[in-house]
Design a protein around this ligand. Structure first.
Ligand SMILES: [Zn+2]
Length: 428
């Protein structure tokens, strides 16, 4: 049997060598304007030649006879957008009740069905790649959504996923129920350095690309204006998780909103700080030195603030103001800022591109804001050779908007053409 199998493999490889490869489908995009993601200067009247799933050339060559030409002469073509912080398994959680009801009243299969719709929405908004940062109690359903997209079963963006995420015992919802009840949790509860290593191994074996940790909770504003917190993991625990993850060639994203959570995460060597409402100047310096990315998620903070304040958590209103100041300081300090929105923390019917105007309001030039969702995000994902700019050899992940986003950043909320891997999903 073994012998037969070897023959079959040999024949298979011979066939692969001798059979002529089917020619890749050639498509031309006629772009009125093109921003390639490398230079900030838009180019006029550019032809993008797409062969199969990849870009073959960006230039002025005229299409050959019979080639398919997609007319985007009235549009601005851009590299596909990248959102590095999403939750396709979550459908908005302004209040604790919104969150609890999703975990208590919806099965994981039902939530996964909704997750496939969220993934499709992300793609149709122009996000051709997302980093989905945990399922909030839906196990490894993100691994399956990624698989269904990669196998062409459902439309959706390229995905890197984080599975269940980690927090210490007793720090993450569902909380506040009778102690007699065993409630579901939105994370994997992990304690101790060895527990952290074991959880990393378990999550990676189940297919995650990223390890996500929650590094702080219970936020309050000190009289001196600093946003303080209760750190969750000890520095020793975080270091063990980071070490084990890096040893297995994966990366760590840390939810860290305030003083101690950010400090411990940065010291432990995580790869990205998520949210970062408050980051001390000294930690910003360390982030620059370590090359740690900052994924600010400004929009979701504004979006949930009123609702959370109405249920008694007024600190969320202060956090919006503190966040904007931190964003400005991070920009000035030269921290690498990657675009991320926390979509799913707000309803997927809202376009996550609403993050862009807030980044511009916070001091970024429109070109910088766009860059954060192109090359900077691609680098955070380790995909800088594959996506993030429009260059020969990269995946044909291309979107278009009707007007110039360098003059009006809100154009990025109006994506009217989406191609991912050479396949068109939205047309003007
Ligand atoms: Zn999140």
């Amino acid at each position: 049997m073994k012998h037969l199998l070897a023959v079959a493999v040999l024949l298979g490889s011979l066939a692969a060598q001798t059979a002529p490869a089917a020619p890749a489908k050639i498509t031309y995009l006629r772009c009125g304007t093109l921003i390639d993601g490398k230079s900030d200067a838009p180019q006029k009247n550019v032809m993008v030649r797409v062969a199969g799933e990849r870009i073959e050339a960006v230039g002025t060559a005229a299409p050959g006879a019979g080639a398919e030409v997609i007319d985007l002469s009235h549009e601005v073509c851009l590299p596909g957008l990248i959102d590095t912080h999403t939750h396709v398994l979550l459908q908005g959680d302004i209040t604790a009740d919104d969150y609890d009801v999703q975990l208590l009243k919806s099965s994981t299969p039902y939530r996964t069905i909704l997750g496939t719709i969220a993934a499709r929405r992300a793609l149709e908004y122009g996000f051709t790649t997302i980093r989905d940062l945990e399922t909030e109690g839906a196990g490894y359903a993100d691994v399956d959504i990624r698989k269904a997209i990669n196998n062409g079963v459902i439309p959706g963006p390229r995905m890197q996923v984080a599975g269940r995420s980690m927090d210490v015992t007793g720090a993450y919802p569902l909380l506040g129920y009778s102690w007699e009840l065993k409630m579901p949790k939105g994370v994997q509860e992990v304690d101790g350095a060895e527990g952290g290593r074991k959880a990393v191994r378990e999550q990676i074996s189940n297919g995650v690309d990223w390890i996500k940790v929650y590094s702080d909770r219970s936020y309050y504003v000190r009289p001196d204006g600093v946003l303080d917190d209760i750190p969750t993991f000890t520095l020793e625990e975080l270091k063990a998780i980071v070490d084990e993850t890096h040893r297995e060639r994966r990366k760590v994203a840390s939810h860290a909103a305030a003083l101690n959570g950010v400090h411990n995460s940065v010291e432990a060597g995580v790869d990205s700080i998520e949210h970062g409402q408050y980051i001390a100047d000294a930690d910003l310096k360390t982030m620059v030195a370590h090359g740690t990315y900052y994924v600010p998620t400004l929009f979701v903070g504004e979006y949930v603030a009123e609702g959370r304040a109405a249920t008694g958590a007024k600190v969320w209103l202060d956090m919006v103001r503190i966040h904007e100041d931190t964003f400005r300081r991070a920009l000035k300090a030269g921290v690498k800022i990657a675009f991320g929105t926390d979509a799913g923390g707000f309803d997927w019917k809202i376009n996550p591109a609403k993050e862009f105007p807030l980044m511009v309001k916070g001091g970024m030039a429109p070109a910088q804001a766009l860059h954060s969702a192109n090359m900077t995000a691609a680098e955070l994902l380790g995909m800088q050779d594959k996506i993030g700019s429009l260059e020969a050899g990269k995946f044909a992940d291309i979107v278009a908007v009707p007007g110039d986003p360098m003059r009006d950043i809100q154009q990025l909320e109006k994506v009217n053409f989406v191609m991912k891997g050479g396949v068109v999903y939205v047309r003007p």
